[in-house]
Design a protein around this ligand. Structure first.
Ligand code: SAH
Ligand code: SF4
Length: 345
């Protein structure tokens, strides 16, 4: 829903100001699935709104649910026929998180990522970004799933800082008490390292969490895995993060996908520690070691033992580090597996 457009439409229809309050309470508070359910609105107003401003700019094409019911992946149709994916996860019994996309495909082309293989089609509009959250709220209501959806991570398809303006507008909408009302501290944005936008983000959104997809502690290795490292190398990234810490003074999460024989050796861990030492205070830097989810790429997951050794090296270097297993593997809904295949179209 585009709140600005709907408010303008209500005014054009000659409706008093309190009508918008009724609409937003129904849409964001009760997660109604159609204007028809907002029975406090006059019938002709409901009809006029439904005709011009559909509640959702995305339409469900398919939803897959993981065997344990803790991961739901949706393929959504956009108005121009493109398709985007979004995931609903239940990390704990009553808390839900959604992983949303910012673009159809991605231009960064990390070698291990299924989205990267697609290339970039286009960025999403702020409405298409936030409507993924609205879609899941409506879905939870219809399926009577207990608990609250109050965490959002920008870790789906696309590079959020390649479309900073749209992402920035979408964040404001999610945080707005009069719309989604999601706490800034419950939102995380993940970037592969668009350095100039990182510093800006720290100033614009000092309370939103930042995750950096790092994957390597040397330029030589990182450029191979994350080609954008040529444009913003590790020195530029470190400088941007120092600026970020200056304005946000917030913990930064680093994501590091462990790839067998490529970036998982003890010397790779040591290079990572050395680079982190130049970024900021250890207590503000947290390393998430991610188990590689199989994609149609030549990479292999690290052996468990190598992952443990790597983690030990991080801890010895003074950095908190966790190994993350992802939910949703059986439905290709885990990190890096989001891709629109030809069979889906
Ligand atoms: N483009 C942004 C947002 C996507 S987040 C970014 O890269 O940060 C998706 C996360 O999943 C990133 O940390 C990415 O590095 C990681 N990822 C990509 N492919 C993966 C794979 N096959 N297995 C595990 N994690 C993967
Ligand atoms: Fe794009 Fe992120 Fe995938 Fe890299 S990991 S290709 S930046 S979506």
């Amino acid at each position: 829903m585009d709140a600005v457009q709907v408010q303008a439409a209500l005014t054009a229809l000659g409706q008093p100001k309190f009508r918008w309050d009724q609409v937003r309470q129904a849409v964001f508070g009760q997660a109604v699935s159609s204007y028809d359910e907002i029975t406090v609105l006059p019938a002709e107003t409901r009809r006029a709104l439904a005709e011009k401003f559909p509640l959702l700019s995305v339409r469900e094409r398919r939803v897959d649910v993981s065997g344990d019911g803790r991961a739901h992946k949706a393929l959504l149709d956009l108005a121009d026929g493109r398709i985007v994916e979004t995931v609903l996860l239940r990390p704990s019994p009553t808390r839900w998180t959604t992983c949303i996309s910012s673009q159809v495909g991605c231009a960064v082309a990390c070698t291990f990522c299924a989205t990267g293989l697609m290339g970039l089609t286009r960025s999403l509009t702020p409405e298409e970004i936030t409507d993924q959250v609205l879609f899941w709220r409506q879905y939870m209501m219809k399926k009577a799933l207990p608990g609250r959806l109050d965490n959002v991570v920008y870790m789906g398809m696309g590079e959020p800082f390649a479309c900073y303006d749209q992402v920035s507008t979408s964040l404001k909408i999610l945080i707005d008490q009069k719309q989604f009302g999601i706490g800034a501290r419950h939102i995380s944005v993940s970037t592969s390292g668009v350095a100039p936008k990182i510093a800006l983000f720290g100033r614009d959104f000092p309370q939103v969490n930042l995750a950096i997809s790092l994957h390597a502690g040397t330029d030589e290795l990182r450029t191979r895995l994350v080609p954008m490292n040529k444009a913003f190398n590790l020195a530029a990234l470190a400088q941007a993060l120092r600026d970020y810490i200056q304005s946000a003074n917030r913990k930064i999460f680093f994501e590091y996908v462990l790839l067998k024989g490529e970036n998982d050796r003890p010397e790779d861990a040591d290079a990572l520690v050395r680079w982190l030492d130049g970024v900021g205070p250890k207590e503000l830097l947290h390393v998430n070691l991610i188990v590689f989810n199989q994609t149609n790429t030549p990479h292999q997951p690290t052996d468990e033992n190598d992952a443990r050794v790597f983690q030990q090296r991080m801890l010895a270097g003074g950095y908190k580090s966790t190994v993350r297993q992802n939910l949703g593997r059986d439905i290709d809904g885990a990190c890096g597996q989001l891709v629109v295949l030809e069979k889906d179209q």
